[in-house]
Design a protein around this ligand. Structure first.
Ligand code: ADP
Length: 621
């Protein structure tokens, strides 16, 4: 039994081809994880790194509580099943399954027990004496599974094991592998390019593209809350429809959506998770509607549907797919921006060429940024709140507090929008008061709560039981808030991490050699363990351009140490920050010290720094 952790794993071929980037994943013991994505996205490479068939360029692979980067494949207690099952043609099924165990010098009767038990599980007992050529494709794949099962591994790895089989057999083997997982109760990692296979088999699915994880989540969450347009289009058949749209916030808190061919109206509740930065009517976004959420109807309600001309109707039995276009001159062009697919039940009686009304389920729309293609409709959205600054006081979400020192000189009297990030709202005994309007359960005793606070909504994460109608009290961490006037950021929230750029250098002869982080205009000596980790990154480490990322624990003001200039002090009451100049670079850190402007000495705890290779944008450790 084993849990598998992949921490900031990278694979770089020939020092330049990045096949896998910053792959982070915790796979719980007994989980069924599927890696899915188009060809070349890095799924096999990742799997092969877990198996030990491919060297890991950077990052850590843990199996159970053992760091496995350098461990031989045979010592990882892992079994792998490939697409090409490569059975020995001259051996019987029994011998094919027993072969690995014989090589490992397992006792004869133990081999017999394991082979018979695996054959029983897979229903191939009656073929044990046959040679592979006397088996069907599905039976051969079962023997390959058997060969893995007899090893009794902690983790099973599957690399597209079903792609050689025909569609019918593939569907059958899919359920068999799912059943096998339940029966063996072991960790499964399964690679496929087929999203249906992924959705039906995995407890959790990792969607990959271009060597990067796009989203790792349950099948249901991938479908309901896709992180970007790629995941939205990749998961679900028929594919999601995409339209360019402009969004304008309405007086009633709802939203007007305008596309080239039609307009829709969202209620305040339907619109409340959409990022407010996109709702001023001047920024094109991508709207996604799944075919199941556009349905033919007799007469669409205003703002909830539209009419379009039908181009094609596909009767698929229980389902009918209707391809239509709101622009009849582009009726038959598939990539027309106004074309879409609608999914209906059987026997719609709709014929090509006709004008048809369609209604849209506006609660199920998806929205993405036009450039980054990231979702702008979040399950846990950023909260926007109106606030007023007057005579040194701040009124926000129904409560009035003294304006923190750090904001006094920057926020003139007036009204602002506060953009409050996740983590800046905390449940507390006193502070702002609200009522839970919606409690969305995201795990055991974990909720995303929408809280009505006056006529505004606030989103926060809550642990412990919580339901609609509960009274709730919370505080806002003002240091993390961005203050906006219209679309302009007047004061940015404080970053919780800093980044310095520099190199790793050494000086002196062998015995008295010293190592440093060299920043532009200053040097920080580094201790033995840190140097060791740097050397582990390869001999080119001294040539590389590096970045060092730290947080409030990484730098302290001490009586002795490296010289730094205090540029600014920012006092937010409970949280204080200092902006420092270290060499020629500025950084801002949270502090508990009382410091004055001028020169100070600081100690950097290099053990807490994250080190990046800047050219490859790769976390080294
Ligand atoms: P997938 O399994 O998702 O189809 P792979 O993991 O096989 O993708 O490959 C990921 C990327 O790494 C691809 O762009 C591929 O060309 C590249 N790649 C794989 N193996 C090598 C190699 N030995 N040398 C250089 N590039 C490679």
């Amino acid at each position: 039994m084993a849990k598998v952790s992949l921490k900031h794993i990278y694979k770089v071929y020939d020092g330049k081809v990045k096949a896998v980037s910053d792959f982070n994943l915790e796979i719980e013991d007994k989980q069924f994880i599927v890696f899915v994505g188009p060809s070349g996205c890095g799924k096999s490479t990742t799997l092969r790194m877990v198996a030990g068939l491919e060297e890991i360029t950077a990052g850590e692979l843990w199996i159970g509580d053992k760091l496995c980067n350098g461990v031989e494949p045979k010592n990882r207690n892992i079994a792998m099943v490939f697409q090409n099952y490569a059975l020995f043609p001259n051996m019987t099924v029994y011998d094919n399954m027993a072969f690995g165990l014989r090589m490992h010098k397992v006792k004869k009767d133990e081999i017999d027990r394991r082979v018979r038990s695996a054959a029983e599980i897979l229903g191939i007992t009656e073929y044990l004496d046959r040679k592979p050529k006397a088996l069907s494709g599905g039976q051969r794949q079962r023997v390959a599974l058997g060969r893995a099962i007899v090893r009794e591994p902690n983790v099973f790895l599957f690399d597209e094991p079903l792609s050689n089989l025909d569609a019918k057999l593939r569907a059958k083997m899919r359920t068999e592998i799912t059943r096998l997982h339940k029966r063996l109760n072991t960790t499964f990692i399964y690679v496929t390019h087929d999203q249906v296979e992924a959705m039906t088999m995995g407890d959790r699915i990792v969607v990959m593209k271009g060597g990067l994880i796009q989203q790792a989540d349950t099948p249901q969450n991938l479908f309901r809350w896709p992180a970007n347009k790629f995941v939205a289009g990749f998961i679900g058949t028929p594919q999601m429809n995409f339209f360019n749209a402009l969004l304008t916030r309405r007086q009633d808190g709802g939203l007007d959506v305008r596309t080239e061919g039609f307009s829709l109206t969202l209620t305040a509740e339907e619109a409340c998770r959409i990022d407010g930065a996109y709702t001023h009517g001047d920024r094109t976004v991508i709207m996604g509607i799944r075919p199941d959420d556009i349905r033919p109807c007799a007469a669409a309600q205003p703002g909830k549907g539209f009419s379009a001309q039908v181009a094609l109707v596909e009767e698929l039995g229980t389902q009918t797919l209707i391809y239509a276009n709101t622009n009849e001159s582009q009726l038959m062009t598939e990539d027309s921006p106004t074309a879409f697919c609608s999914a209906a039940g059987e026997g719609t009686g709709i014929s090509p060429g006709s004008i048809q009304q369609f209604s849209v389920d506006t609660s199920k729309l998806h929205f993405f940024d036009e450039q980054t293609e990231l979702t702008i409709k979040h399950r846990m959205p950023v909260t926007y709140a109106h606030c007023t600054v007057k005579e040194g006081k701040l009124s926000i979400l129904g409560s009035t507090v003294p304006l923190p020192e750090a904001l006094r000189a920057r926020l003139a009297d007036g009204t602002y929008q506060a953009r409050i990030p996740e983590g800046a709202l905390c449940v507390a005994d006193k502070g702002c008061n609200g009522i839970v309007a919606e409690a969305d359960c995201t795990g055991k005793d974990e909720y995303i709560c929408r809280i009505a606070c006056g006529n505004e909504w606030v989103f926060l994460k809550h642990t412990g039981k919580c339901e609609k109608g509960d009274a709730i009290c919370f505080t806002v961490r003002l240091d993390m808030v961005d203050w906006l006037d219209g679309a302009d950021v007047v004061v940015k929230g404080m970053e919780q991490t800093f980044r310095l750029e520099g190199k790793f250098v050494r000086s002196g002869k062998f015995r008295s050699r010293e190592h440093y982080i060299e920043l532009d205009g200053c040097r920080i000596q580094t201790p033995f363990e840190f140097n060791q980790r740097m050397y582990d990154c390869g001999r080119t480490i001294f040539k590389r351009n590096l970045a060092f990322e730290g947080d409030e624990n990484s730098i302290k003001i001490t009586p002795e140490g490296t010289q730094a200039q205090v540029v600014e002090l920012l006092d937010y009451g409970e949280a204080k920050y200092i902006r420092l100049k270290l060499g020629n670079q500025e950084l801002c850190v949270k502090t508990v010290e009382d410091v004055r402007p001028g020169s100070v000495t600081v100690t950097v705890d290099v053990g807490t720094l994250k080190v990046y290779d800047r050219a490859l944008d790769m976390l080294l450790f």
